[in-house]
Design a protein around this ligand. Structure first.
Ligand SMILES: Cc1cc2nc3c(=O)[nH]c(=O)nc-3n(C[C@H](O)[C@H](O)[C@H](O)COP(=O)(O)OP(=O)(O)OC[C@H]3O[C@@H](n4cnc5c(N)ncnc54)[C@H](O)[C@@H]3O)c2cc1C
Length: 254
């Protein structure tokens, strides 16, 4: 079922990151217009209805597919159906793609904070920066991405992708795990995003006078970093946010 507001997309690749995290790539019947950092609304037909949910787009607008990094929510309505898709299965995508987590071009320093799948809009922005710079575009944006997860495996292939990108000098990527006692070989940061954000922002010279902050993913992380940044004098319009669900009935922030 496609109509004026939807187009169909075909699953062309799936990467299982863990039992409850997967990356889905879809080819879309018609090219969709969006900015890096925005989210698409995708739907699956079921029982004569279409179940729709928003997902941040991981891929750059320059790439010929739509990529999503999704967490399976036990008992959820859409995600178990996503997990049942086979290569070649079709879904629906709303043609109108929206979202405010786009790069603010009025500043040059960007402090981006994510829990697990919340890195999606930032990967889209980073891939776009990389492709534009490789094509000769001038850019003086400096980006810092603090990416939290309870265990390193949950960063998926984005860990090596962003580490690789950081060698170019315009990205500082800081993955941090909150359960380091389970991973004695982990050499990186430890603690939740909110535990380490102030330290890294100070060390890297990012403050309310020169930066915009972005927080995406778990609502508790978003609320905590907003409080921290407000105490560091960031104004409301210097903090962009996207919460993936509401806290009232969610699982705890691990
Ligand atoms: C702007 C936006 C962008 C989003 N982008 C992504 C994305 O890139 N990747 C992604 O995985 N999700 C993303 N989400 C969440 C996504 O839209 C769905 O809410 C989620 O996948 C659950 O859908 P469901 O139908 O399976 O569960 P539902 O039936 O909608 O929800 C079941 C219950 O689980 C809670 N819940 C939903 N998500 C989670 C979660 N991750 N952890 C714990 N509890 C949860 C809900 O609040 C609800 O109580 C985004 C949400 C928003 C608002």
């Amino acid at each position: 079922m496609t109509d004026a507001s939807h187009c169909s997309a075909e699953l062309i690749e799936r990467v299982n990151v863990s039992a409850s995290l997967a990356i889905f790539r879809f080819s879309v019947a018609s090219r969709l217009s969006f900015s890096a950092g925005q989210f698409a609304t995708i739907g699956i037909a079921a029982d004569g209805d279409v179940i729709e949910r928003p997902y941040s787009i991981v891929s750059s607008p320059h790439e010929p597919f739509l990529e999503f990094f999704v967490e399976l929510v036990p008992g959820g309505i859409l995600t178990p159906k996503l997990w049942e898709l086979k290569l070649g299965s079709a879904i629906l995508v709303r043609r109108r793609i929206v979202g405010q987590l786009t790069l603010d071009s009025t500043v040059h320093r960007h402090l981006m904070m994510a829990t697990v799948t919340g890195v999606a809009p930032f990967v889209s922005i980073l891939r776009t920066q990389q492709i534009d710079r490789a094509g000769g575009a001038a850019s003086n944006h400096q980006l810092v991405v603090i990416h939290g997860a309870s265990r390193a495996a949950d960063f998926g292939p984005y860990l090596s992708e962003l580490e690789e990108l950081s060698h170019a000098g315009w990205l500082t990527y800081i993955p941090t795990i909150s359960r380091p006692w389970k991973e004695p070989n982990w050499k990186g940061e430890t603690g939740r995003v909110e535990d380490i954000v102030r330290k890294h922002a100070d060390q890297l010279g990012l403050d309310h006078g020169n930066s915009v902050a972005y927080a995406c993913g778990h609502p508790q992380m978003v609320a905590n970093v907003k409080d921290i940044l407000k105490r560091a004098c960031f104004l409301k319009d210097q903090i962009k946010e996207e919460e993936y669900f509401t806290l009232h009935d969610s699982r705890s922030h691990k």
